[in-house]
Ligand binder design. Sequence first.
Ligand SMILES: *[C@@H]1O[C@H](CO)[C@@H](O)[C@H](O)[C@H]1NC(C)=O
Ligand SMILES: *[C@@H]1O[C@H](CO)[C@@H](O)[C@H](O)[C@H]1NC(C)=O
Ligand SMILES: *[C@@H]1O[C@H](CO)[C@@H](O)[C@H](O)[C@H]1NC(C)=O
Ligand SMILES: *[C@@H]1O[C@H](CO)[C@@H](O)[C@H](O)[C@H]1NC(C)=O
Length: 519
Amino acid sequence: MPKIKMWSTLIVFLVLCSFKVECYNVLGIFPHFGKSHFDIFAPVMKGLAEKGHDVTVLSYFPQKSPMKNYKDYTLKLNNSALSMGDMIAFDQLPGIRMQRYLEPYILGIFGKEACEFALFSTPVQQILDSKKKFDVIIAEAFNTDCFLGLAHKLKAPIMQISSSTILTWFNPRFGQPMNPSYISSCFMGFSDKMTFLERLENTIVVGLHTMYYNLYLLPKYNSAAKKRFGKDLPSLKKIGNNVSMIMINSHWSISRPKPLSPAFIEISGVHMPKLKKLPLNIEKWINESKDGVIYFSMGSMIKGHTFPEHKKQAFLRAFGRLKQRVLWKWENDTMPGKPDNVMIQKWMPQFDILCHPNVKGFVSHGGLLGTTEAVHCGVPVVVMPQFGDQHTNARALEAGGGGIVLDFHNIEEDTVYRALKTILDPEFNKKAKQLSERFRDRPMPPLETAIYWIEYVARHKGADHMRTAAVNMPFYQYLLLDVIAFLILALAFTIFIVYHTIRITCGMCCKKTQKVKKS
Ligand SMILES: *[C@@H]1O[C@H](CO)[C@@H](O)[C@H](O)[C@H]1NC(C)=O
Ligand SMILES: *[C@@H]1O[C@H](CO)[C@@H](O)[C@H](O)[C@H]1NC(C)=O
Ligand SMILES: *[C@@H]1O[C@H](CO)[C@@H](O)[C@H](O)[C@H]1NC(C)=O
Ligand SMILES: *[C@@H]1O[C@H](CO)[C@@H](O)[C@H](O)[C@H]1NC(C)=O
């Protein structure tokens, strides 16, 4: 009997994987409840399953229909107040600068849910109990590291994945340069060319946020992880510095160029599905517009009907002055004062709409998914960033020629009209199309890139060899503070010696001359 079982297992194995490719057991750990994050991770995990790897996923988002090679362990939110993270109202966003400084504090609140509740939940225990041997573990790099404890317990090489550009405090772990002179904090919304004051603000914010994470949040996560996995668990910082690689939802064409450590893999575009046919009514609306169509959506997280009335009217009046038709993603059945060239609908297939050749503009909140889709399709964007990384996405898009930023406080009929006129200009459209070509021109499509590096880490049982020496260097050595201090001392010493030599020599000279004078 055992022999037959062995043979049948072997046959299944050979059928599932082609002969050349090895099958790996991959675990995905995604303990954040934001759906837009999982929209980046799901295609990667599904892509692995489709290639024949055995995929296990711990998340809040189980597959709706079962998928071959894909097993879900589903987390449930304890603090139901947090589910408002899916849908927020405009008046919950103060829109003040302070909000950008406090982002890590808000992320810390989400991290609390992950570390104090999800970490102790049944699905985590079930994964440990399954005694499954994983070849590689992929953990989300976002607000917390406490799930690295689980990854460590399972004794497999760890990779991380981020649904946004990298959060400041993860840079050192990958030896990734984070020079604030030209790399904006993901929350600040600067482009890569900053004025003196912007560089000053950016430097202070990057420093304070990194300190806040390492000195305030990380110790809390550490004690949660030790409580869950035992006192002998190495510190999360140690486990973190041992992570092989990080896959980032960015690309230099969208997020501005910067030097990348070999352990830093850009996979922007990984979430883009195949284009589907548009619903008939939408396609007809787009087809029949002689001058093109503008698509308006504030994403899935902000409730449309809370859009301030005055600002909504400004948009409606500006739209009324345009020849173009407008598609507005709007959650209510009616919109009073809507001109004839505006069509509202509760749900719209955003990506398919943006890639329709007759769509000439996009009004957006600067969420990274929508921004990436617009760049991919070559549609210029008017961005009204609200929170999180949106300010930085917006500035980077503007710097790349893919859109312009419209300050939410400045929304009036005229500013809106001028912004729309700007992106509808054929010259602007040409720049967006060029950006799209640069975005798509890559050695390997993003999903294949992600899968390649996951298989790479599994194949080589980790990628220690790709970590730069910067990772485990004390910060004073990394910043050369000791060398600078030594050079300053050496210079001071030299000046001291030279000064005194001159003084003594002079003194002798002077004495001689005095003697000569006296005599
Ligand atoms: C949520 O967490 C609290 C303590 O953090 C606990 O008392 C409560 O039982 C949890 N709720 C559920 C539904 O498990
Ligand atoms: C670092 O990773 C290697 C394999 O990738 C593992 O053998 C080692 O135990 C890890 N060390 C820590 C502190 O996690
Ligand atoms: C829209 O135009 C395209 C291309 O001209 C055509 O293939 C499609 O059938 C049209 N759809 C509708 C609903 O008119
Ligand atoms: C729009 O719909 C939401 C619920 O989806 C409701 O709370 C709100 O009152 C509606 N607003 C208007 C103006 O109908």
